[in-house]
Design a protein around this ligand. Structure first.
Ligand code: SF4
Length: 332
């Protein structure tokens, strides 16, 4: 099935909660998402059964990769039950993006439920910088313990995502690269994005991926690597001395909308066809309204075939201010 720009539907990202225990300044700034923030009541969230059913219909329409996101997915109670349900959908590449703070406790149960691998966010090894960026006073050690526990449980290969913001943690690019080099863990550098409408994004705060690569290459020579598949988000590089791989995700300076194969399902059942969408499609109403799988499928076909999103190709200072859905709600 192809969209209006001939892109296939291959990836489904499912947000299982709009809550998080971190308050990362580039995603969920505390001054907006304070203690009185109206998070979604449980009754409005899709149940695991509803998520699994919708995911199955997406798989029937070509989805081969499912990523669970949030907020922080491990905050959703018994999320391993959902992992088990989705792992039962057959040959689907199932993964999870988390902040790592709860991973040490959950790694074994997630692996036992059928999860194969995880991506952990870590924006610095410097405790002062990391605590400032997550704005919830979580230490680096807690995330590193989670990473070790994940690997001990067999969740591999493990990827680490670092959002780079100029003047905040760009000084940590080289320390992070040195730390993860030769570890078998793939470190990816993400350009600071104008997601949502609350993170105060400015182009001046963006460190272009080309600069990240140049900084690392100057000390640890790199060479480009071909993508694993068309539509892969991260551009791959490897150390010439065999020290492993890194990646860059460059939504701001090197748009990759041309082969974007991703749909997103929010925790309350809204489908969004772009990370920078301003509106979505309500599948929960269909599900709770008694729709059949065929009717759900028809809705998904209608949504995808009409899709023409290419936000990153059109980004301007004006578009940055649009009331786009929040990253913490749609989950990346
Ligand atoms: S901006 Fe939208 S269309 Fe472009 S790559 Fe990102 S999610 Fe896909």
């Amino acid at each position: 099935m192809r969209d209006a720009r001939a892109r296939a539907l291959r990836d489904l990202r499912i947000s299982v909660t709009d809550r998080c225990n971190f308050r990362c300044t580039y995603c969920m700034p505390k001054d907006v998402f304070g203690k009185d923030y109206p998070f979604l009541p449980h009754a409005q969230l899709l149940s695991f059964e509803e998520i699994a059913r919708i995911a199955r219909v997406f798989v029937d329409h070509g989805v081969g990769k499912i990523r669970l996101t949030g907020g922080e997915p491990l905050l959703r109670r018994n999320v391993e039950r959902l992992v088990e349900m989705l792992a039962g959908l057959g040959d689907v590449d199932l993964t999870l993006t988390i902040n790592g703070s709860l991973l040490a406790r959950k790694a074994r149960a997630l692996r036992a439920a059928g999860l194969k691998r995880v991506t952990v966010s870590l924006d610095s090894l410097d405790d002062r910088v990391f605590r400032a960026m997550n704005d919830a006073d979580y230490p680096v050690a807690q995330v590193l313990d989670g990473i070790d526990a994940a690997e001990a449980a067999g969740l591999a290969p493990l990827k680490v995502n670092m959002v780079v913001k100029r003047g905040v943690n760009d000084g940590d690019i080289l320390p992070m690269a040195r730390f993860f080099r030769g570890s078998g863990r793939v470190l990816r550098f993400i350009e600071f994005m104008d997601v949502g409408a609350t993170n105060g994004w400015r182009m001046d705060d963006v460190v272009p991926s080309a600069e990240v690569i140049a900084r690392i290459n100057a000390e640890m020579p790199l060479e480009p690597v071909d993508p694993n598949y068309s539509g892969e988000v991260a551009e791959r590089w490897r150390y010439r001395d065999g020290g492993g791989e890194i990646g860059v995700i460059s939504s701001v300076t090197q748009a990759f909308c041309r082969d974007c194969t991703r749909a997103r399902l929010s925790t309350e059942g809204m489908v969004y066809t772009c990370l920078f969408a301003t509106s979505g499609f309500d599948l929960r109403a269909l599900v709770r309204g008694g729709a059949s799988d065929e009717e759900l499928g028809a809705a998904i076909r209608r949504i995808w075939r009409a899709r023409a999103d290419r936000y990153s190709e059109m980004r301007t200072a004006q578009t940055a201010g649009l009331r786009k859905i929040e990253m913490s709600y749609i989950g990346g």
